[in-house]
Design a binder for this molecule. Structure first.
Ligand SMILES: C[S@@+](CC[C@H](N)C(=O)[O-])C[C@H]1O[C@@H](n2cnc3c(N)ncnc32)[C@H](O)[C@@H]1O
Length: 403
């Protein structure tokens, strides 16, 4: 095929190709080819492809809006929201390894510690996305902190207080929409006191709040329950906001075997030492009547929740390898797929860091589904004007004789 030249074209068209191909995480050449193919095959209108989702070219439905990505990690929120039209204008993440991944994936280095960023310096935006740190609230985090005699939740001054910093940003920037994500345990933590504080804080800031615990298992073959909190500025959207969390996708749920590589390097097989240890540990806890232990995954089912500590022994998601062979753990690429991150995104950090990053992340296809619902609410709000216009308010005075 002859080389495609995208140099000698008008600057506006070039800018459009730049923006679209960047937003869709595809090369300019691939994007232009998809436009031409669509035109040739008689596609309707502009091809707004999502070039990365599951490696397919699913149509991208959405509307243009801006977002900021706080506590960005590796950008799971951003990936999901970009698929429904979001354009990220600011990100913050202080972990240098996550920053490295973020830069490789999105071409920009997130700002560091959010507490050192003046909210006024964050650009105006439509949607504020934040998967604020969950260790102070997660069951594993709480028991670890308790056992170390440390404070947890809001009493964990350093990490818990990050929510209040987030609230400050919301208060000053007043994003029309906020999308927060956290562990399921956030609702019940500290006899629901933590959740009460969060709800009341957001309510006091004049946001109408919707929350739902969503299990990612309908999108990826992993049982992963997380709380999604969506808030709409009451001053902008009014008190009767029509918002619904997404329905579960139709069709058969994904199976664990779908995310596995055909062949796996031997290094992911558990050593005899580790496998014996895990079996003994599980037997001891079974005898004591509790359920701690490894998770041998049903290949036709879903795995347990991938955690940020997976790098230690891989015990929560083990893969059977047949009789006579020790099970193995996931490769980082398989962990990425289990979280719904597409294969096109390179893994640029060590295995340990990659497991931590994926175990900490949000599942982008779930964010995409929630994002699509947010977009619907934003669009309904935009089109709600009685005069049928998108932006123009009704003018009281009509010029006589004109329509
Ligand atoms: C639960 S993770 C969010 C993961 C993200 N949703 C994703 O998809 O990768 C919380 C993130 O907040 C970051 N973080 C914690 N304290 C921070 C701070 N003070 N400033 C900036 N980032 C911080 C952590 O390094 C971690 O990556």
């Amino acid at each position: 095929m002859p080389q495609l030249l995208i140099r000698d074209i008008p600057p506006q068209l070039k800018a459009w190709i730049d923006e679209k191909s960047y937003g869709l995480r595809t090369s300019q050449k691939e994007f232009v080819l998809s436009v031409l193919t669509n035109a040739w095959e008689g596609g309707e209108g502009l091809p707004l492809f999502d070039g990365v989702q599951n490696g397919t070219t699913a149509p991208m439905d959405g509307m243009p809006f801006t977002l900021v990505d706080l506590f960005a990690g590796i950008g799971g929120m951003r990936l999901g929201l970009e698929r429904v039209g979001g354009r990220c204008t600011f990100s913050s993440e202080w972990d240098k390894y996550s920053q490295k991944t973020y830069q490789a994936w999105f071409g920009e280095l997130p700002e560091g510690d959010i507490r050192e960023i003046r909210p006024e310096d964050i650009p105006d935006h439509d949607v504020l996305a934040a998967g604020f740190p969950c260790q102070p609230f997660s069951i594993a985090g709480v028991s670890k902190k308790k056992s170390l005699g440390m404070q947890h939740g809001f009493k964990d001054v350093k990490q818990g207080a990050l929510f209040f910093h987030l609230a400050k940003v919301i208060e000053i920037k007043r994003p029309p929409v906020i999308l927060l994500e956290n562990v399921k345990n956030l609702r019940t933590h500290d006899k629901r006191k933590t959740w009460d504080v969060i709800r009341k804080s957001l309510d006091a800031l004049d946001y109408i709040i919707f929350d739902r615990i969503i299990d990612a298992a309908s999108w990826v073959p992993q049982h992963r329950e997380r709380i999604f909190i969506v808030g709409f500025d009451r001053n902008l959207f009014g008190s009767n906001v029509a918002f619904e969390f997404p329905e579960l996708p139709v069709g058969p749920p994904p199976k664990f075997r779908d995310i596995l590589d055909r062949k796996s390097p031997e290094k992911y097989t558990l050593t005899d030492h580790l496998w014996n240890y895990l079996q003994k540990y599980a037997a001891k806890h079974k005898a004591l009547g509790n359920g701690f232990g490894f998770g041998m995954t049903d290949l036709d089912g879903v795995s347990r929740t991938l955690s940020a500590r997976y790098y230690k022994d891989g015990s929560e998601v083990l893969i059977p390898q047949g009789k006579g062979k020790n099970p193995r753990r996931l490769s980082p690429r398989e962990a990425a797929r289990l979280m719904g991150f597409p294969d096109e995104l390179p893994i640029v950090v060590s295995d340990t860091q990659a497991y931590k990053q994926f175990g900490n992340a949000v599942v982008p296809p779930v964010v995409e589904a929630v994002g699509r619902q947010i977009v619907q609410t934003m669009a309904a709000h935009l089109t709600r004007r009685p005069n049928g216009c998108l932006l123009k308010k009704s003018s009281r005075r009509q010029v006589a004789g004109r329509h």
